[in-house]
Every structure is written in C-alpha cells, then in structure tokens.
Write a protein that binds this ligand. Structure first.
Ligand SMILES: Cc1cc2nc3c(=O)[nH]c(=O)nc-3n(C[C@H](O)[C@H](O)[C@H](O)COP(=O)(O)OP(=O)(O)OC[C@H]3O[C@@H](n4cnc5c(N)ncnc54)[C@H](O)[C@@H]3O)c2cc1C
Length: 380
C-alpha cells in the first residue's frame, strides 16, 4: 500500500538503508545465526548509515534532526532481513541513547554518544531483573550515595547487547518503595564491582548477545546519576515509547518478509497438479496476511505523523506494540504452514521469524502489560 506521507527524501534514505542491508547482511544471516555471533565490524558499518542518530545533535555524532517515518523505515528494513538477533544487539544502543541524550551530563554525553553512534562502543539498557521485568516499579537493584559516589548492588538480566556493551544505562532504587524511588545511572563496563555472564541458549535471536549483569558494591561517580534522583521511572516509561514504536515497525518488516517468501514459494511449489498459489485456500491466506500488513503499516504511519507533529500518543504506541505482535504471530504461523515441511527446516527466513515472534510479544513490554497500559491511557 502506498504511504501517503512518503517523500523523496524518505524514499532516498530508505533505499540507501535497504541497499546496504541487501549487500552486507542478507547473505550472511543464516551463517551468523548458526554461529551465535556476528563480526564485530558490523556494528560500525550499520552505525555509519546514521540510523541511530535521530533526534541527536550533530556535535555528539547524531543527525541533528528527527523523523519518525525514517525511524520506521529503518526498523522495517531491519525486520525484513529476518536478522532479528543481529539487530537486537546492534540496536541495543538505540534503546539507551534517548535517556543518555536527554539526561546525562555534558561530559558523559561527549564521551559516550559519539562512540555509541559510530559503533565503536556498544551500549545497553538495564531495567529487567531476575525478580521480574513487567513490574518496573518493584525493581530491587539499589544505588546508595556515599560521599562523591553511588554504590550499586543487585543484578539485571536479559540485557540485550550486554556482553559487548561498554556503556550502560541502569535503573536502580535510590529511594522509597515503588515508582517514586527509582533513578537512572550511567555505568561503564570496566567499573570495579561490575561483572556479567552470557545467557546463551535462547529460542531465537541466536546471533544476539544477551547478558545478566551483576553489581557488587560497584562504585560510580556521583554525577553519573542521569536526570533527577528518584525521577527515573518516568524517563524509563518515556523511553519505552520509542522502543515499542520501532519494535512495531520491525514486526511490520518481519511480516513483509514472510509475505514475500510465501508469494515466491507458492508460485514455485506444485501440489495436485498446480502451483500452490492457484489453490484458493492459499490465496486466502495471502489475502489475510496482506490485509494485516496494510493495517500495521497504516497504524504506524498515522502514529509517525502524530509524533512528527510533537505528540506522544502513548495509548496508540502500546496498541501498536501488542497489535503488531498478534499480527506477526499469525502471519509467521501461516507462512510456516504455506512452506509445509520445508518451513520446518533451519536456514530459511520463515522458520527464523517464526521462532522470533515470541520475543516481540514479551521484550520491551509484554502484550499483557501493553493492553493494561492501553486501557489505563484510555482513562478506563
Ligand atoms: C531476548 C530478550 C531480550 C531482552 N532485552 C532486554 C534489555 O535489553 N533490557 C531490559 O531491561 N530487558 C530486556 N528484556 C526483558 C523484557 O523486557 C522482559 O522479559 C519483559 O518486560 C517481561 O518481564 P519478565 O520476563 O520478568 O516477565 P514477568 O514480569 O515475570 O511476567 C511474566 C508473564 O506474566 C505477565 N504478566 C505480568 N504482570 C501481569 C499482569 N499484571 N496482568 C497480566 N499478566 C501479567 C507478563 O505479560 C508475562 O507474560 C529482554 C527479554 C528477552 C526475552
């Protein structure tokens, strides 16, 4: 479906990204996924495109402008590669750049932002804890002020990109119980008292490094506090909006890829004397997929325009996150069905996407939490 908001500038940008991905990523997705890692220089190559610089000043290595349609296009194209794990890790910097840009002091910004945006250093966001991820307000990791330092104790888990990252934005409790006692901190990986271990066996995102982080009397400078003390919860929630919006766009890309693979396969595969695509049941599956893809796309475009106009439509972003996850779950499942036994074999995009739909319904705020947030935002 044509995007009525599209412009020449956005088209040129989208084509630049997709050309790069087709040459540098598409041919290697299976290989890197099976290896459980990707070459480190990919971070820099992807970052050179400028795709993580939206909304960030040029003096820090950013693009100096923002555009939600371009953000969307990047995520859609990344989703289409079916390299979910790779872009989870390369993109983990993206979910900590917002708070870093808005809340860190100038010294930290000058040190970390150019290194993160050029891909020379990795960055991760640490909110989830072994005790739970949905109920952010109950986080247990603590930060205690001691003279000119904060002392962190506790742990974080499921941290994407956490084995490679040099810089972290970490949520920790600085005050009373509940959402009013949480603050955000900038933590460097070489700080004494910080250690990490790898979470290796995952259902999907094989090429992504996922970590558990440990803070054992980890001392960081007092001015590594980001923003106001005890005001971190709101910053975490604001940051989630961008992550969820871009995950919606990534799911659209995954859905498009499933559709493209199915069209191609059903035009080639013959059963009962004709091509699969000539069977009405298969044609209906394609029609259903296409309608869902258009709905996801149109929803994202509408929200992109609202965000470009300066609004932050939290309810709609939450709806996008869970709606797109339900669409991709059904699209990936039908795509597997169209491929039959061939879909069950490793080494094809449909099989990988099928394994990676669940994380899209859990990470960055689960489907259930998104629905809760939606009705709350609707004032119900
Ligand atoms: C591969 C991967 C990468 C991740 N990357 C990161 C990262 O980089 N940084 C980070 O901080 N976190 C990350 N996460 C963590 C992710 O955000 C959490 O897994 C998610 O928020 C859910 O938290 P939980 O797993 O602790 O589930 P829980 O909070 O224990 O919830 C379990 C289930 O119960 C449901 N549930 C919880 N409360 C309610 C309720 N009130 N009503 C109905 N249902 C409810 C949830 O929706 C979920 O289905 C990642 C997770 C995965 C799997």
């Amino acid at each position: 479906m044509r995007n009525p908001f599209d412009t020449e500038e956005r088209k040129t940008f989208r084509e630049m990204v997709s050309k790069f991905l087709e040459a540098e990523i598409w041919p290697y997705v299976d290989e890197w996924d099976e290896a459980g890692e990707y070459p480190h220089e990919i971070n820099e190559k992807v970052c050179e495109l400028g795709v993580f610089g939206f909304g960030i000043d040029e003096k820090y290595g950013g693009l100096g402008f923002d555009d939600q349609f371009m953000r969307k296009d990047v995520s859609v194209e990344m989703g289409r590669t079916s390299a979910g794990g790779l872009f989870a890790s390369v993109g983990s910097r993206n979910i900590m750049l917002g708070p870093l840009t808005e809340l860190a002091n100038e010294k930290i910004k000058l040190k970390a932002l150019p290194a993160l945006m050029s891909g020379k250093k990795g960055g991760s966001l640490g909110i989830t804890e072994p005790g739970g991820g949905s109920d952010v307000a109950r986080m247990k990791t603590t930060a205690r002020k001691d003279g000119n330092e904060w002392v962190l104790n506790g742990s974080k888990t499921f941290i994407t990109g956490g084995m490679q990252a040099s810089y972290f934005v970490i949520g920790a409790r600085t005050g009373k119980e509940g959402l009013g006692g949480i603050s955000l901190f900038f933590v460097e990986a070489d700080t004494p008292g910080f250690t990490r271990s790898s979470i290796d066996k995952k259902m999907g995102w094989w090429s992504s490094d996922t970590a558990t982080l440990y803070f054992d009397n980890c001392r960081i400078p007092a001015d590594n506090l980001m923003g106001e003390e005890n005001k971190g919860f709101l910053a975490i929630m604001n940051n989630f909006n961008y992550e969820r919006y871009m995950m919606g766009a990534q799911m659209l890309g995954m859905a498009k890829r499933c559709f493209e693979e199915c069209v191609q396969y059903s035009q080639e595969r013959q059963t009962f004397g004709k091509n699969l695509i000539e069977h009405q049941v298969i044609r209906h599956k394609l029609a259903d997929m296409s309608a869902k893809i258009d709905a996801m796309d149109a929803y994202l475009n509408q929200v992109a325009q609202l965000m470009n106009d300066g609004e932050m439509p939290v309810a709609e972003i939450s709806k996008i996150k869970f709606y797109c996850s339900e669409c991709i779950e059904s699209i990936a499942s039908e795509a597997m069905q169209i491929f039959g036994g061939a879909g069950y074999l490793r080494g094809n995009a449909v099989e990988r996407i099928y394994r990676e739909v669940k994380v899209m319904a859990i990470g960055g705020g689960s489907k259930e939490i998104m629905k809760d947030l939606t009705v709350k935002q609707l004032g119900l």
